[in-house]
Design a protein around this ligand. Structure first.
Ligand code: XMP
Length: 327
């Protein structure tokens, strides 16, 4: 019968049988699925696994560190970090259309991952003549059902919804989460000793903060949004509301300014939108009725602590008609 321990034992045995003494690669996104999948493979085959983390600069405060430090400390995984922040900023310069942003982020992600994967493959061949034959993906049971149940060829679907890898980088997929639902994945991750911040993470879109800045994505705007978002997350957690809320996008209206007054001075800053939603599956959602006192605290903190932001607004639209994200 189903216990977390049994699942881990069974998956570790399957992974060992599939991979043997081969080499394997995995892209970490900062999310729970890729982290748990990688941790299972690490448990099974140790340092035959190399993880790649593409830091595109669109993650929230502390999330890159959680991967680079906490995840590595918890698992002992071999990690290759690619700092691609400048590259993503350059590619996104001047772009305001949401779908265009998604396309660019997805495209750049796959290119950077390809380069890193090629480097890992070459290093492996130089060190002992071994090819890297396997790629880990955090495909869950609902993804399998949705896509008709077949085993895909190698692609980085889950993170950025982009197409496949080129012919010279074809891998056999290792998908240790294929029989699991999200809450089971979290249980497995917890049992494997992964950091709570990763295991309990709420849904976060692959394009990250890139689609939470309405307008062009710039370094300064990302820093502003990261500060506001960190305050919101800290206050929601302190209020014990993480489980109740499906997710709470924090959105920077970068192309809008409004007049404010602080101290003796007039300000002309940007609004932040809070978008707390309650949902079962993100297909439909209702706006979460947060306590007024909590909203007041978040508003005061953001306007006091985040330069450039002088107004905090609350989105009270359900889905439909609104989507959860603003872009
Ligand atoms: P919407 O905004 O469509 O979002 O109501 C539904 C869920 O999907 C997430 N989302 C994305 N996830 N890439 C992703 O990986 C994307 O481009 C993307 N857009 C939206 C959103 O955060 C919510 O959980």
């Amino acid at each position: 019968d189903w216990t977390t321990g049994n699942v881990i034992e069974e998956q570790v045995a399957r992974i060992k049988a599939q991979i043997g003494d081969g080499k394997v690669i995995c892209a970490l996104s900062g999310g729970v699925d890729s982290a748990v999948a990688a941790a299972l493979v690490q448990r099974a085959v140790g340092d035959q696994l190399t993880c790649v983390f593409v830091d595109h600069g669109l993650l929230r405060q502390g999330e890159a560190e959680q991967v680079e430090q906490d995840f590595v400390a918890a698992t002992g995984v071999k990690l290759k970090v690619v700092d691609a922040q400048e590259r993503f900023l350059t590619a996104l310069a001047g772009v305001t259309d949401p779908e265009e942003k998604r396309k660019i982020i997805g495209r750049e992600f796959i290119r950077v991952f390809e380069d890193a994967a090629r480097a890992v493959v070459e290093e492996a061949q130089e060190s002992d003549g071994e090819d890297v034959k396997f790629l880990v993906q955090g495909t869950l049971y609902p993804d399998v059902v949705e896509s008709g149940g077949g085993t895909g060829t190698a692609n980085i679907k889950s993170h950025h919804n982009v197409g496949g890898l080129p012919d010279d980088l074809q891998f056999e997929l290792v998908e240790p989460l294929r029989t699991l639902f999200k809450d089971e994945v979290r249980a497995v991750g917890a049992q494997l000793g992964l950091p709570e911040e990763i295991v309990q993470r709420q849904p976060f879109p692959g394009p990250g903060l890139g689609i939470r800045i309405i307008g062009e994505v710039t370094k300064d705007r990302l820093d502003t949004l990261r500060q506001a978002d960190a305050i919101v997350r800290a206050e929601l957690t302190a209020a014990g509301l993480d489980r109740e809320i499906w997710q709470c996008p924090v959105v920077l209206l970068a192309d809008v300014r409004s007049v404010g007054v602080q101290g003796d001075g007039r300000t002309y800053g940007h609004p932040i939108v809070l978008r707390p939603v309650s949902s079962e599956d993100a297909m439909t959602a209702d706006w979460t009725r947060l306590p007024y006192e909590l909203l007041a605290k978040i508003s005061t903190r953001i306007t006091n602590e985040v330069a450039e932001v002088n107004r905090v607004t609350l989105d009270v639209t359900s889905k439909p008609p609104g989507t959860i994200e603003w872009e």
